[in-house]
Design a protein around this ligand. Structure first.
Ligand code: MF3
Ligand code: CO
Length: 249
């Protein structure tokens, strides 16, 4: 069931999204060689709690942390650890959610630790740009397939591939609501987009093949071929005035 939000609900949700965005910014600024992923997680966690919000991920299906931190060939759902020290040249995807006013804000971005290769930079740039291209398609009267097909075309034209097994999602009082928001698809197909819909758009883009595998920890998702992967996410609202990025500070 898709839950449409009123203007008043969108302003309550905006506050949750701004906290999630602030947590992502603080965590991203802390990414540098020598820092553990647990330390990055702590920074995001403390930011959320200091702002009176709840770390949405913690306890979700038993997930143990406030963030997912996924390095290099890890696509998503990497579990922060004091043993995982970030090294120069790595790309670090941070995903964080905050619950405030009873609403969830969900966002992610990939950060560079020190100098990264030009190919890694191009992967990160393309993934971020594809998110913004997808957001442009999130207009009332359009279809879910307009978003996914735009992201897919943008990334595949540049030689990268789209993870299929995980998608964006509706977001609101729950982190995961209908509809599913794939990063691939066919223009003009899928659920009709309406004012008041709030969705998380989150391309997960691999440098090599689209295949993934899950590690025995039950969470971490890696690329099957060991190639690098990037991930960017915003929570957005579809309004009669076009898409609004709620997780923009
Ligand atoms: N932010 C992720 C998503 O968009 C969810 C993280 S999974 C969790 O679906 F278990 F860590 F919460
Ligand atoms: Co999400």
């Amino acid at each position: 069931m898709i839950v449409l939000k009123t203007t008043r609900e969108l302003s309550l949700m905006k506050e949750a999204c701004v906290i999630a965005a602030g947590a992502l910014k603080a965590a991203g600024e802390a990414v540098e060689p020598g820092v553990s992923t647990e330390e990055i997680n702590r920074i995001a966690h403390d930011f959320i709690v200091k702002n009176g919000a709840i770390p949405t991920f913690k306890g979700y299906s038993g997930y143990p942390a406030a963030t997912c931190i996924s390095i290099n060939d890890e696509v998503i759902h990497g579990i922060p650890s004091k043993k995982r020290i970030i090294k120069a040249g790595e790309i670090v995807s941070i995903d964080v959610g905050a619950t405030f006013n009873g609403y969830v804000g969900d966002n992610a971005a990939t950060f560079a630790a020190g100098d990264i290769s030009p190919e890694a930079q191009r992967l990160c740039d393309t993934t971020r740009e594809s998110l913004y291209e997808g957001i442009k398609m999130a207009v009332a009267g359009g279809r879910i397939g307009d978003i996914g097909s735009t992201i897919q075309r943008y990334c595949e034209e540049r030689g990268f591939s789209v993870v299929r097994e995980f998608t964006g999602h509706g977001v609101g009082k729950q982190m995961h609501e209908d509809p599913s928001v794939p990063n691939f698809g066919t223009p003009g197909r899928g659920v009709r987009l309406l004012p008041g819909m709030t969705i998380a758009i989150e391309p997960m883009i691999n440098m090599g093949g689209a295949g993934i595998r899950q590690l025995p920890d039950g969470w971490t998702i890696k690329t099957r071929d060991g190639s690098l992967s990037a991930h960017f996410e915003h929570t957005i609202a579809i309004t009669s005035n076009g898409p609004v990025i709620l997780t923009k500070i």
